[in-house]
Design a binder for this molecule. Structure first.
Ligand SMILES: Nc1ncnc2c1ncn2[C@@H]1O[C@H](COP(=O)(O)OP(=O)(O)OP(=O)(O)O)[C@@H](O)[C@H]1O
Length: 607
């Protein structure tokens, strides 16, 4: 059991809706389709009448044969049968057609809402939730929800049909009709019992599938790394238990679902036996006509099929409901980054102040405690420090990707929480270590922040970075296709595209995580020139990994365990021989053109 449940816990943002709330929510998606649903309802009523009419007409025929009055009526009855069957088919066709439209439209909107919700999430959400699980909610869960709507329409049609057949049976023999109905509570009781079980196993099956998706997604994302370290075996071994778990959970779900039908058919079979016995005796006694008896036996079949499928329907209905619940939980997941206002931002000067900021990814263990820092407008600041010191954390707070717990973060003297977030983010240019390029051409990617930028503006931005020589090295210049995630370009070229993209955006503040991957000296020089252009006249916070950067910035801030332990310019800090020197010796010294192994250590404690 332990293995079966591993990793199938709910996500943090999952919640349980009560049935009423869930229904209200689902109906809100169906309300705009009211007209089409009326057509479906009318078709359901007419179709069910048509279906119920067939055994009725046959029973008249049987009675007429028994009385010997069939004669010319045979043609009439055959015609009526044909008509009932044909009309039943036509009504059913329109019902299916319209209900497919309704379901399609509802799923379309639900999926759009889920996708919009995904786009709204804070970055913390993506850090915490494997992307495969999110994909699974937007795709397979919305599909499962679609089955609920199709099933609901089937259910309504079947309930109506049961209603018509019940009335018919009562009209023919109250005694036999009551006998038939006696079994209804037994079937319904079983169905309700089953409902609880089905919902739990279904939820587990959905979670296990999204676990498989998440694993696949991660494997695909990191396949190059896995291959280069020859870790295919390990990747395979990781996938096996997850896939097996999904198999086991689905098997268990299948077992639960398949258990219900034999039980229900057994109950139905017993009822039929009783009807054959009692009805047959009644016909022999002359209390019931042969036609009525036929109608009863047909009626039971017509009656039982919907009843058993209504019972089985609960399982799928539950599956759809828990899928809907999962999608709504995604849509309703509260944002962590919450603005207290939406003041228009305009062009920022770019002065940034952290005042007593406390922040922890887990609030119980803060990464920054009572943190103060002031960065002047137009200043270029390099953040350095050992891994885990808090450099990226600072940049995530400035970009407002994460919510801090205490203190204030001011931009141009204004509380960052009171600003219009969209406006603010337009003023921030964030460049990650490995710039992400979207499929399309180089020009498309440079134009990304401002789709209305003209070709000339795009070219000017590209040429401003590193003198533009890099464009000539691309096979089709700016029209070169970058491939998926920019794989057709070298790392250095991707960085140059990212810098040109930043120029098109023209932000007031740049937050740049320098690439650690080394590039050839020519590209390195082009990137350096590009940086000079891009960072000029903007406030820049650079998570520095290159010697040429730290040598030229206005101020270096040395971080350790979320605290500033030293600050100043490169030469002053080197001369001081303190914490900066440790960091320099570890990360930057070897980048010096004069570096030789074992040489060039800056002595510590010389101040
Ligand atoms: N998404 C996250 N969830 C939980 N903890 C995190 C998360 N990101 C970072 N941390 C933790 O916060 C601390 C600071 O991390 P941060 O990424 O800011 O360091 P850094 O100085 O940028 O390191 P590096 O140079 O390795 O990127 C570390 O202890 C890290 O483990």
């Amino acid at each position: 059991m332990g293995f079966l449940m591993d990793g199938l816990e709910a996500e943090d943002y999952d919640r349980t809706y009560n049935d009423r709330e869930l229904l209200r929510r689902i109906l809100s998606y169906f309300r705009p389709k009211f007209g089409a649903m009326l057509v479906v309802a009318a078709m359901i009523v007419l179709g069910s009448l048509g279906q119920a009419a067939v055994p009725l007409v046959v029973s008249w025929g049987v009675d007429a044969v028994q009385d010997g009055t069939i004669g010319d009526a045979a043609w009439l009855l055959s015609g009526a049968l044909l008509l009932a069957g044909a009309l039943g088919w036509v009504f059913n066709f329109f019902r299916q057609w319209f209900s497919a439209r309704v379901t399609g439209d509802v799923v379309l909107h639900l999926r759009e809402d889920a996708f919009d919700a995904v786009l709204q999430r804070d970055l913390s959400f993506y850090d915490e939730t494997p992307s495969g699980r999110i994909v699974s909610r937007v795709t397979s869960d919305t599909d499962d929800f679609a089955t609920v709507s199709t099933l609901t329409m089937d259910l309504v049609s079947q309930v109506l049909m049961v209603g018509f057949v019940t009335v018919l049976l009562f009209l023919r023999s109250v005694e036999l009709a009551l006998l038939t109905l006696l079994v209804v509570p037994v079937v319904m009781g079983l169905a309700l019992l089953f409902r609880r079980l089905a919902r739990a196993t279904t939820r587990r099956a959905q979670r296990s599938l999204s676990r498989v998706n998440a694993n696949l997604q991660e494997t695909m994302g990191g396949i190059a790394v896995a291959k280069s370290f020859r870790q295919e075996r390990q990747v395979h071994d990781e996938f096996l238990p997850i896939n097996r778990q999904s198999y086991q959970v689905t098997l268990r779900q299948g077992f639960v679902f398949s258990a219900i039908f034999p039980v229900l058919f057994l109950v139905a079979g017993l009822a039929t036996v009783a009807l054959v016995q009692l009805g047959g005796t009644a016909v022999l006694d002359g209390r019931l006509s042969a036609g009525d008896w036929y109608l009863f036996l047909q009626g039971v079949a017509l009656f039982w099929f919907p009843l058993t499928s209504i019972a089985a329907f609960w399982s799928q209905f539950q599956q759809g409901l828990s899928a809907a619940e999962r999608v709504f939980a995604l849509i309703d997941a509260p944002l962590r980054v919450v603005q207290t206002g939406a003041e228009p931002v305009g062009r920022l000067a770019g002065r940034i102040e952290f005042q007593g900021v406390t922040f922890g990814y887990d609030p119980a263990s803060p990464v920054l405690r009572d943190f103060d820092l002031r960065i002047e407008s137009g200043e270029t600041v390099a953040l350095v420090g050992h891994t885990g010191a808090g450099k990226s954390t600072l940049s995530k707070l400035i970009t407002r990707f994460y919510e801090f717990q205490e203190g204030r973060l001011l931009v141009d003297g204004r509380d960052i929480r009171g600003l219009d977030l969209g406006d603010y983010r337009r003023q921030i240019g964030a460049v990650p270590q490995a710039p992400f390029l979207f499929s399309g051409t180089v020009a498309d990617n440079i134009r990304y922040p401002r789709p209305d930028a003209t070709d000339d503006e795009v070219r000017a931005a590209a040429e401003a970075v590193g003198g533009g020589d890099w464009i000539d090295a691309l096979p089709q210049g700016l029209a070169t296709d970058v491939g998926e995630h920019g794989r057709a370009l070298s790392m250095g070229q991707r960085q140059l595209v990212a810098l040109a993209r930043l120029l098109v955006q023209d932000p007031a503040i740049v937050v740049l995580d320098e690439a650690t991957a080394s590039v050839d000296p020519l590209t390195e020089a082009q990137i350096q020139e590009g940086l000079d252009v891009v960072l000029a006249d903007r406030t820049s916070i650079v998570i520095a990994h290159r010697l040429s950067t730290i040598e030229h910035v206005d101020r270096i801030i040395v971080l350790d365990h979320g605290r500033i332990v030293e600050e100043g310019d490169h030469l002053t800090l080197l001369a001081r021989g303190g914490r900066y020197c440790q960091v320099y010796n570890t990360y930057f010294r070897h980048q010096s053109p004069h570096y030789r192994a074992g040489s060039g250590f800056v002595p510590l404690g010389s101040s």
